[in-house]
Design a protein around this ligand. Structure first.
Ligand SMILES: [Zn+2]
Ligand SMILES: [Zn+2]
Length: 126
């Protein structure tokens, strides 16, 4: 079994799927719950306000939003922006339009690969 240092408390723990040791994971979970509850009660709050109220950093709130773990009906007053076009978004990393565009691009690439593969199979069989 692999052991690793917890990046949060520096304690050694047995490596598993979680990035932190069990104690820290539990604490992180509690912090997340607190943030989520606060945002639920204050849907029009600013990120800074949530951070202050819950005793966490603005960066952490942003990462919750980007991971899609947190969302607000008002989109945190446009504080979270699409990573592609900089349009204000409610949650995640990109706006719906950019997500669609990206999905199309991925789909195109897959189609290209499929066509190429078919071509290879064809030449092999010849
Ligand atoms: Zn830890
Ligand atoms: Zn966008």
């Amino acid at each position: 079994m692999d052991a690793m240092n917890c990046p949060r408390c520096r304690k050694v723990f047995v490596k598993r799927a979680d990035p932190l040791c069990p104690v820290c994971m539990k604490e992180e979970e509690l912090i997340y719950e607190k943030v989520r509850e606060y945002v639920k009660d204050h849907p029009e709050c600013m990120i800074k306000e949530v951070a202050d109220a819950c005793g966490v950093t603005v960066k952490r709130i942003l990462s919750y939003l980007r991971d899609g773990r947190l969302s607000t009906s008002k989109g945190m007053h446009g504080e979270l922006l699409c990573s592609k076009c900089n349009k204000p978004i409610l949650t995640g990393r990109m706006c719906e339009k950019c997500i669609l565009e990206t999905n199309f691009m991925v789909q195109d690439m897959k189609n290209d690969a499929a066509i190429k593969n078919r071509g290879q199979v064809y030449t092999k069989r010849k």
